[in-house]
Design a protein around this ligand. Structure first.
Ligand code: F6P
Length: 555
């Protein structure tokens, strides 16, 4: 299927016309006054997530044009190609099947159908939740689409590995001698499991501590090695390729430390999570859990890379995490574009990036356990969609991935929210809010929720003040993503929602969201500079690099 470039579609032209006619002066406050049902029209339930999009710079006519854009860019066909196992990662000639990692095995699926959980009993295939069906229920699109027959062997391998990995996780959980689990990995081999272990801290087995070592900066590993003992430590070496220099350097140092302190049983204390089992074996690690080249690093938390999470929360809860994501997959796969949450979010992203010219999005998780969510989403969005050429390699005349950034609320309010309210740039804010807390400290959670609501309200409402300094312009967009509770299931759904949203904006921009050539050049140059730092040779270097090299070598 040939992608159709978004800027060559009639909808793109119509959206530009719309922006020039009324979009630039669109005022959400007037829109709410004129339409008392705006909240209902621009909010929706998706599995385990409720989304309020009504505080965005959009009306029904604009959203319709955005749906037309999705249609004309063949988003649905592109999505179906991914679910059919086509090699949509064209620059690497790979299929994109991370969603298969959370597809139930046919055997389990049948058993579930026969003993349906009461909560899902009243759900009908294809029936939509009532628009205001809150508290959240996952009653949309419950009938699972069949997977392509050609993917059945892959699905069988997925479940064989998952079963083995979860059995191993239970073994480690039961082993009281192992108190410290150290994940050594970087990028997707760090951010996903780290974010999820923190997010699900309430479910983590007492007596086990989890550590994530990613940086080649030895301060990180050396600080940890002072606090752990070889006999109580399990190292998980997470690397899709098993070649990443940071990870290999850290694992070599960890192994040397282990042996220096008398550790002998590498086989019991070092496990590899990788697609490159041969390299792991050559390294002396014999316990390995594999995955496949069709899982991108930033999409790999569902694979063996999720082992730290499985050890932390246990096999059943890890399956719940997968199940939440699968519910979102089914929603993405089967909901019409107009009620498809990943699609609606992505279309807003395109509207802001390409028509309003906004260059960033701030993530505001109002839950301390989600404090690594912004970092996780940075890789997901910016490594996937930070591209400047289309599928054919032709330079793009429009912007792609925005910059993502953020801190948990309410901390961000006392740092950079000043700029969000009164700065010269408009930055859409994504609030991620959890209705029910997991602690019982009185007063805190209501205050937290009130702050999230207040910030979104203030961004939109603003407040006029003649002095200028105290004037809030308002009409600043935000989205509310609301989880009933932060559980393995809802976290899985939230992450899959973000993955699919990135997929849709990438499809509209006509780029390959699944490669990452942009990280290669720096890696090559670092190799060369490491040698030059040792021998002092600066021949052929630019003036700045040569000067800095001299400074760094000065005693
Ligand atoms: O350098 C970028 C990258 O390739 C990411 O895409 C990936 O998640 C990370 O490095 C780690 O790679 P690996 O899992 O192969 O060590």
């Amino acid at each position: 299927m040939n992608p159709i470039r978004c800027d060559r579609t009639p909808a793109w032209e119509a959206l530009n016309a719309m922006l020039n006619a009324s979009g630039r002066v669109f005022d959400m406050r007037c829109a709410f006054t004129l339409d008392t049902h705006r909240f209902e029209a621009f909010s929706q339930s998706a599995p385990h997530v409720f989304a309020d999009l009504s505080k965005n710079l959009i009306d029904c006519a604009t959203e319709q044009l955005l749906f037309d854009l999705a249609d004309q860019c063949r988003v649905a066909q592109h999505r179906d190609a991914m679910f059919a196992g086509e090699k949509i990662n064209r620059t690497e000639q790979r299929a994109v099947l991370h969603w298969l990692l959370r597809t139930p095995s046919p055997v389990i699926a049948n058993e579930v159908k026969q003993s349906m959980h009461p909560e899902t009993m009243d759900c009908r295939a294809g029936r939509h939740c009532e628009e205001r069906s809150f508290p959240l229920r996952h009653c949309e699109e419950r009938s699972d689409a069949a997977i392509a027959v050609t993917l059945e062997p892959e699905l069988a391998q997925v479940h064989a590995t998952l079963d083995a990995m979860l059995a191993f996780a239970e073994m480690v959980r039961a082993d009281e001698g192992i108190t410290d689990i150290v994940n050594i990995g970087i990028g997707g081999s760090d951010l996903g499991p780290q974010m999820a272990v923190l997010a699900l801290d309430e479910f983590v087995l007492p007596g086990k501590r989890f550590h994530f070592i990613s940086n080649v900066d030895g301060h990180e590993l050396s600080a940890l090695l002072k606090r752990i003992q070889p006999q109580n430590t399990l190292f998980l070496i997470a690397s899709k390729t098993f070649t990443t220099v940071e990870t290999m350097t850290n694992v070599r140092s960890a192994k040397a430390w282990f042996e220096a302190l008398g550790g002998t049983d590498i086989g019991c204390h070092f496990v590899a999570l990788t697609t490159n089992v041969v390299a792991a074996n050559a390294f002396g690690i014999n316990t390995t859990f594999g995955f496949w080249d069709w899982v991108g690093g930033r999409y790999s938390v569902w694979s063996a890379i999720g082992l730290p999470l499985a050890i932390a929360i246990g096999g059943q809860r890890f399956r719940d995490f997968l199940a939440g994501a699968h519910d979102m997959d089914e929603h993405f796969r089967s909901a019409p574009l107009e009620r498809n949450l990943p699609v609606r979010l992505a279309l807003l992203d395109v509207w802001y990036r390409n028509f309003h010219g906004f260059t960033s999005r701030s993530i505001a998780p109002y839950h301390n356990a989600l404090r690594r969510l912004p970092a996780y989403l940075q890789q997901l969005e910016m490594e996937s969609n930070g591209k400047r050429v289309d599928m054919a390699g032709e330079a793009l005349p429009y912007g792609t991935a925005p910059v993502l950034w953020g801190e948990p609320g309410t901390n961000g309010q006392h740092a950079y929210f000043q700029m969000l309210h009164q700065g010269t740039d408009r930055v859409p804010v994504e609030f991620v809010v959890v209705k029910k807390p997991k602690h019982n400290l009185p007063g805190h959670h209501r205050l937290l929720l009130a702050n999230a609501l207040a910030q979104a309200q203030a961004l939109m409402q603003g407040r006029a003040d003649a002095s200028g300094h105290k004037d809030f312009p308002g009409n600043r967009p935000s989205t509310f993503l609301l989880l009933d509770e932060l559980t393995p299931t809802s976290l899985g759904a939230l992450i899959a929602l973000q993955e699919h949203r990135v997929f849709v904006s990438g499809a509209i921009w006509g780029i390959n969201s699944f490669d990452q050539w942009g990280v290669e050049l720096g890696k090559v140059l670092a190799k060369d500079l490491e040698i030059r730092l040792a021998n002092g040779d600066s021949t052929g270097l630019d003036g700045s690099t040569a000067g800095l090299l001299t400074c760094l070598r000065c005693p």
